[in-house]
Structures are given as C-alpha cells and as structure tokens.
Design a protein around this ligand. Sequence first.
Ligand code: SF4
Length: 346
Amino acid sequence: MNNKQDILAMTLDELEKFIDSIGEKKFRSKQIYQWLHEKRVTSFYEMTNISKSLQDKLNENSIITPIKEITKLESQDGTIKYLFELIDNNVVESVFMTYKHGNSVCISSQVGCRMGCKFCASTIGGLERNLSASEMLGQIYEINRISGKKISNIVIMGTGEPLDNYDELIKFIKIINSEQGMNISQRNITVSTCGIIDKIYALAKESMKITLAISLHAPNNEIRKKMMPVANVYEYDELIKACKDYVDITKRRITFEYSLVKDVNDSIECALRLSKVLKGILCHVNLIPVNTIEERDYRHSNSETINAFKNILEKRHINCTVRRELGSDIDAACGQLRRSYNKSNL
Ligand code: SF4
C-alpha cells in the first residue's frame, strides 16, 4: 500500500480530516464517502461529480483497498461460500446465506486465528494478521456486487476473533451502519466472540444495538478448557458475569453459541448444568451440531441427543434453537475452504 491512506476504512469524520489535510474543501468528503460506501466504486476515476485534479490527488494519497474473488462454492440451499484474495495475497472466506427474514453475510475479521478452539478449522495455521475495516467492508461490498442481492444482515463469525481486532471492528460497524453507506441497522449486526472479557466490557460501553454472540460451548470451565484454550485465560464464571453485565448495560439480549460434540459436552448433565448457569439471563441459545473437521476427532452428536439437550433447556425456560445446517454440501464450516485452498497452493 506504500504510504497511501486506507480511504475505505475512514469514518466520515476521519475522511473530513483527510480531505482537509490534502487541501480540499470539507464538503467533498460526503460526496466521496457516498461514492465509496453507497455506490461502492473501486476507482477514484468513477467518481463523476468530482474534478479530475481531485481524483488524481485522491489517487496519489490514498487507496481503495482491493479484494478479489478467487472462487466460490454454491450450495443447493442457496448458501454461497466465497474465497477472496487480499492485497498481500492472503485469502479469507465469507459466506452468503438466505433466510426468510433476508440475506445475511458472514465475514472474516482476521486471516487465521490464534484462539485455538478445538472444533474450528480456522485456527489450525494460527493467526496471520488482522483485517482492516476496509477488508471487512470489502467482503460485503464484493458479495453485493457479484450477487446483485440485497444484504440486510451481517454476522462477524467467520475466521478470526473480532474482539481481538477491536478498533477495526468498531470502525467497520460504524461505516456499514452509516446513513451515507450501506445503512445496515445495528440490530442486524451480530458480533461473535470466544469471550475476551475486557473487550466485552469495552463493547458494552460503545452503546451499540448490535447482538453479541458468545461462543460458550460448555456448561463449566473444566469442559470449556478442553475445547477452548481461551478458557485458561478467562475463567468461566467471570465470563458469565461479564455477559450478565453486558445485558444490564446494553439491555440487549445475548446469544450463546453451543456446538454439540459427541461425548464431550452433549450429556444430560451438561444440559442441566447449562440451564442453571443461564437461568435469569436475557439470552438465546443456539445449539450447533458441530462440523466434522478432518484434522480433529470431534464428531457430530446424533439428533436424539440434540433434541434431548434442547428439551431440557426449554423445560427450564431457556430460549433455544438448533441451528439450521446451511451449506453442508459445500463445506461451509468456518475455515475449511481457505484451508483446502492454502494446502493446494503450497
Ligand atoms: S471459533 Fe472463532 S475464535 Fe475460535 S478458533 Fe475459530 S475463529 Fe478463532
């Protein structure tokens, strides 16, 4: 990128300062912002209502971070998984899904991940780097451009731990939510975390109306530690307390993600214990039949076990659903497409 500024990652305030710094009038910022985030051009020379000299100046001093589709896999259920190449040749994946309530895109927030969750393919090669806000936006803009479909929901649940890339995440949310941009309601944005407690408190203070999803996956610290190394750093009880505090501060319902793994966390005792832990919290539990990953020995719980688990929670008034398996015919589990691409390009 040389010393060029990442213009796509600038909030409107930041863009105004940048425009001022290159000696241009502030009112140009809004026009440029709309070109970038509403019309989503990929070159300054497509900005037809600004002068050629300003186009040149923008081109000299900044860059519209490129992102390029390498491949895509389409499922029979309408799910499309995209693999994108970034400016430094790293690759990330994103998933387009259709629901009754609208189209949703799940994006990556990092190249790889350092969190080491045992059920996840994204972490196998470790963390390569954080994504910039522009690269997070780019995944959505490109999918919108390629598919021509309206996107109404965003889920930051692909590769990476979003709260491990906090500042870029917040910028991303502000830009995607802005009126002069895609104007996606904060209520339609879900951020998923494996439980970085200090960042959960920071997020609570942002006063955003987003949905926070916690990858919980266990009813106690002992089992959680086996599945998620992050539990060695952040104690289970402290995480649950942070979740309660988050709900108190934001008044937003929290989501708990619980991947059911055969003989690891899917017993009746686990369901009973989980019900106790979550009692009284304004929450929703997403039960996820775990995806089988070649490199791990985790297996899918059977449907009887899944239903029994769900019934126990429901009987104790814990709101829960079993996540519909989308894209199972195209390996839509997080990190799998990127991993097979990297393997075949070694
Ligand atoms: S589940 Fe999320 S946080 Fe855990 S390793 Fe995978 S990408 Fe990272």
